[in-house]
Ligand binder design. Sequence first.
Ligand code: AHR
Length: 330
Amino acid sequence: MFKKIMALVAVGVLATACGGGGETTAEGGAPASSGGGDSTITMGFAQVGAESGWRTANTKSVQESAKAAGIDLKFSDAQQKQENQIKAIRSYIQQKVDIIAFSPVVESGWDTVLQEAKAANIPVILTDRAVDSPDKTLYKTFLGSDFVEEGKKAGQWLVEQYASETGDVNIVELQGTTGSAPANDRKSGFAEVIGADPKFKVIASQSGDFTRAKGKEVMDAFLKAHPDIDVLYAHNDDMGLGAIEAIEGAGKVPGKDIKIITVDAVKDGMQALADGKINYIVECSPLLGPQLMDLAKKVLAGETVPDRVVTEETTFTQEQAKQALPTRQY
Ligand code: AHR
């Protein structure tokens, strides 16, 4: 609907320029909708799924922010399947939404559907996760975390903790969804930092698909195959929490016998950190909704937006988690 109004307004602006009595433009040169018309923006949002506490908080943030911004949100949950996300995007194109936003399950394989959106003149915003398309004109901007940096922060903490250790440090890694940007980047960032010292050995690394159940299952297998694990690096809190169950089930003490680093800092993870079961969490903020709605409005108003908007994040020790927990939003 917003686009139809914009087209009518554009005609009005042209008429004004030609001496007619049409509409003026809004602040910053953006066209304003003509009186009486429905200028509501419709956004189609294709979510990854509901695999983690992070994802639930992200969905809530997007839905609440759309409401607060007066944006009509069409929301779909792809249940962690790329084909479902592609179907959802195609349906948004058919419905002629004003703008599409999505968090790509995996990095590859988006060019065709993004070209379809471009051909239909529907701008796309990437949120949370990136695509590996070389054609940057297929989307307007990418809002989300720097996952490589998150992996580096996890590695830096480990390097500091084991600075005086002379023997090998045996690490197991629970990766996120195979082929996803956070799994690829958190792995590479971590590997880059610990790779500088050969005592750090990643003895096993496997996907736990960002879920608690899979984290437990894979950690169970790691524990059976490797009696000498010193450190677990889990690409999100949920897998770390599942792994804690496996560690306890194996008669070991999480946080002591096996040091644990995770990413996200959702409430359950922060509680486990405060309880001493996790040793360090690298934050990944899911509260992307307000910035997303702001960017969507700017894009549709024809304003220039940055190609990349990086989310601000921190890290948490056990002490810091105790302090942050009472006011943690998610
Ligand atoms: O893309 C962000 C990641 O996806 C979060 O770290 C994880 O919890 C989620 O499932």
